[in-house]
Design a protein around this ligand. Structure first.
Ligand SMILES: NC(=O)c1ccc[n+]([C@@H]2O[C@H](COP(=O)([O-])OP(=O)(O)OC[C@H]3O[C@@H](n4cnc5c(N)ncnc54)[C@H](O)[C@@H]3O)[C@@H](O)[C@H]2O)c1
Length: 429
């Protein structure tokens, strides 16, 4: 099959590379000349494990073609996927301007029969707007069907999430579009949820909001555990053994971040409000998330007292391990608050230092984890990178001015850290 993706971010590039690897001819349309030129040489602008190799392999095999032009790729395609960003607008709603803009360009370049499908996360009802734009902009004789195929991949494990998803959701009113999309996804061999536009769109928001809710719930239990003298990790392990609850997404920490959960929770609150349903449960999910970030700062203040000119070393900046994504990372809010208090920040992240440098200023970025300990009054761990689990804390202690650690991801054994002479604080322990 010949398919086109508009957008080469975490979703567009990964799914395009996977479909190319399955033997399809895949065009990827971008809007930045330098990025498209780099991609043509197999250079990937984001960090995602295994992606660069997959892109290089399929570019070489001429199955993955990067371009700035809508023509002729759209006219040759059986299916066109929209995979551009849908960030939060000032109102809290999803900003659909790019999705709607590219829908018009797709429409103008349609020829013969084409299915246009949205992978971007868009609120229920958007698909009808896109369908209308496609119908109004397409040339005479072109035929188009529309579908919503929301994406569920996670950054850091995006390739295996795409090749082995828990389910594939296809929302469309057209049997022809449904059959073509089923044919494309057949080699992936995952359970299918076949439904209408609105249901497909809402499945995506409802899934992300529920996962965010689990994280906030874990953080609320962590807070209560600290107040009661309980061990939140054991409490959450204990409840996670119940199959009805499950043990995933129950790790307390600095709260959820990234490009999806914060914006999708906000958008679902806004969608509900627009339909006269105040979704206050989700408002509380957001509140707890903000509190979880502030709680790390509260612990730092309690440890150091006057924060002015205190040296704080940060281990991990990305919103989670195995990504360079800094969008809405807890590290941003936490570091800004610490800097407002007058603390001097040094930091190390294995992959996210370049993306962090674009959003976090006045930071002494270090080349390796041990360097953040140099003369530090406190170390705060904010991302659960595996390499941080392997650090030798006797070396770290010798480098620090005062051996204080706030383990925002509960990576370490509190007893061992105390035995080594650290003042150790985890989350919920
Ligand atoms: N990142 C995730 O883990 C994830 C998972 C599931 C769903 N989603 C959703 O998928 C969508 C894309 O997310 P992402 O993380 O890939 O975003 P991203 O910001 O990484 O990528 C967006 C891409 O769109 C391109 N783009 C922007 N304007 C364009 C234009 N006018 N023409 C062509 N390309 C343009 C950008 O260059 C970029 O390549 C969002 O709606 C997001 O909510 C993301």
């Amino acid at each position: 099959m010949t398919i086109t993706f508009i957008g080469h971010g975490y979703v567009g590039l990964v799914t395009a590379a996977v479909f190319a690897d399955l033997g399809n001819t895949v065009y990827v349309i971008g809007h930045t000349k330098e990025k498209i030129e780099s991609l043509k040489r197999g250079i990937v602008p984001i960090y995602e494990p295994g992606l660069e190799e997959l892109v290089k392999k399929n570019v070489k095999a001429k199955r993955l073609i990067f371009t700035l032009d809508y023509s002729p790729s759209i006219s040759k395609s059986d299916i066109v996927f929209i995979a551009v960003g849908t960030p939060t607008a000032k109102t809290g709603d999803a900003d659909l301007s790019t999705v709607l803009e590219v829908a018009e360009k797709i429409g103008q370049n349609l020829k013969g029969y084409t299915v246009v499908a949205t992978k971007s996360t868009v609120p229920a009802g958007t698909n009808k707007r896109i369908k209308r734009i496609l119908e109004e902009s397409k040339p005479q004789g072109a035929e188009v069907d529309y579908a919503s195929v929301p994406e569920f991949l996670r950054e850091g494990s995006a390739i295996s999430d795409t090749t082995k998803p828990d389910r594939i959701v296809i929302g469309t009113e057209s049997k022809r579009a449904k059959d073509l999309l089923i044919k494309l996804h057949k080699p992936i061999n995952a359970p299918l949820v076949l439904t209408n536009f609105e249901t497909a769109e809402l499945i995506k928001y409802a899934a992300n909001a529920f996962l965010a809710l689990k994280i906030s719930y874990a953080n609320a239990i962590a807070k209560l555990s600290e107040l009661l003298g309980a061990d939140a990790l054991r409490v959450l392990e204990g409840i996670g053994m119940d199959k009805r609850i499950g043990n995933m997404f129950l790790s307390p920490g600095p709260g959820y971040g990234g490009s999806c959960f914060p914006k999708d929770v906000r958008a679902l609150i806004s969608i509900a409000k627009d339909n006269d349903y105040p979704f206050s449960l989700l408002e509380e999910v957001e509140n707890i998330n903000h509190q979880s970030r502030r709680d790390i700062v509260r612990k730092a203040r309690k440890t150091l007292g006057d924060m002015r000119n205190k040296k704080i070393g940060i281990l991990g900046l990305a919103f989670k391990a195995n990504t360079d994504d800094m969008r809405d990372a807890p590290a941003i809010d936490i570091i800004n608050l610490l800097q407002n208090d007058g603390a001097k920040i040094s930091a190390f992240d294995p992959k996210a230092m370049d993306t962090a440098a674009a959003v976090l200023k006045d930071i002494d970025y270090k080349k390796e984890a041990y360097e953040v300990a140099e003369g530090a009054d406190l170390i705060i761990v904010l991302t659960e990178w595996n390499e941080f689990r392997e650090l030798d804390f006797s070396i770290i202690k010798n480098k620090m001015k005062s051996p204080n650690i706030i383990d925002g991801r509960n990576l370490y054994d509190s007893k061992e850290m105390t035995k080594l002479g650290f003042t150790y604080q985890g989350v919920g322990r």
